[in-house]
Ligand binder design. Structure first.
Ligand SMILES: NC(=O)c1ccc[n+]([C@@H]2O[C@H](COP(=O)([O-])OP(=O)(O)OC[C@H]3O[C@@H](n4cnc5c(N)ncnc54)[C@H](OP(=O)(O)O)[C@@H]3O)[C@@H](O)[C@H]2O)c1
Length: 251
């Protein structure tokens, strides 16, 4: 059987890192991207290789639309390096958090968040389409806050909601190529997101936990398991859907 290959944006830390490692355990190779964390990305590559899978780390700033074509060229070379011409799975995961009241959000913040969270999912996926194998799968990482409201997340959550709408359009339009497109929406997850805000603020963490049916915040591995399952053939019939992985947050 030919090995499957995933491109995971923001694979150097947090949820993206956990996804790359979980997929490696399933025998899936990865091209993972990083923006600033080159050393951490290198560590992830080493760990993937120690699990018997192959990986390449490539720099990419998803906020820079002009870089997508050159990233595609680099990805092509990276694929050659692992003996392939195409890849199978794209996980649009890279992102940053912003907690800013609606009344105080600036146009600059709006534009930066839009580039990172929506424009990149749209145009990076579009740019990489020729490299995705028919029968592949795109997973867009959204958020629980597209369903429930957390004050301060107006621009962030609105853009993730846009990604969820886009996901359904992509699933419909890519159906003829048998490419599935789904959303995984994590709830509060303890990573370096917003400078490790959950980890560093016990009171905020407690407040989150009080609203999660399973009684704790998520860990990156909780999300990685869901992505791994969704990419498996067992979930083939799931398409154009939003799967929330939040332990039952704000039910
Ligand atoms: N943690 C949560 O509570 C939570 C909840 C819901 C949804 N999410 C979503 O989950 C995804 C991953 O978040 P996380 O919790 O894993 O955050 P994280 O620990 O802060 O990791 C973010 C990752 O994204 C990369 N990144 C950030 N800005 C980038 C840019 N402009 N271009 C390319 N890469 C960029 C980072 O790369 P470098 O390290 O190289 O800078 C890093 O690999 C995000 O889309 C986030 O919105 C997170």
């Amino acid at each position: 059987m030919t090995r499957k290959i995933a491109i995971i944006t923001g694979g150097s830390r947090g949820i993206g890192r956990a996804i790359a490692l979980r997929l490696a355990k399933s025998g899936i190779d990865s091209i993972l991207t990083y923006k600033t964390s080159q050393v951490q990305a290198g560590d992830v590559v080493n760990q993937i290789e120690s699990l018997g899978a192959r990986a390449v780390a490539v720099p990419l700033d998803v906020a820079t639309r002009d870089s997508y074509m050159s990233f595609a060229a680099v990805a092509r070379t990276a694929l050659e390096k692992i003996g392939a011409t195409n890849f199978d799975f794209l996980v649009n995961n890279a992102g940053i958090g912003l907690s800013q009241p609606f009344a105080e959000t600036t146009e600059e913040q709006f534009d930066e968040m839009t580039h990172i969270h929506f424009k990149s999912v749209f145009f990076l996926s579009q740019t990489l389409l020729p490299l995705i194998n028919d029968g592949g799968h795109i997973i867009n990482i959204s958020t629980g806050t597209s369903r429930f409201v957390l004050p301060g997340y107006s621009i962030y959550a609105s853009l993730k909601t846009a990604v969820e709408g886009l996901t359904r359009y992509m699933a419909k339009e890519l159906g003829p190529r048998k490419i599935r497109v789904n959303v995984v929406a994590p709830g509060a997850t303890e990573t370096e997101f917003r400078g490790g805000f959950i980890r560093n603020n016990p009171q905020f963490k407690k407040m989150m936990e009080a609203n999660i049916a399973l009684g704790r915040v998520g860990q990156a591995d909780d999300i990685a398991g869901v992505v791994n399952a969704l990419l498996s053939d067992d979930c083939y019939w799931v398409n154009g859907q939003r799967i929330e992985a939040s332990g039952g947050q704000v039910l």
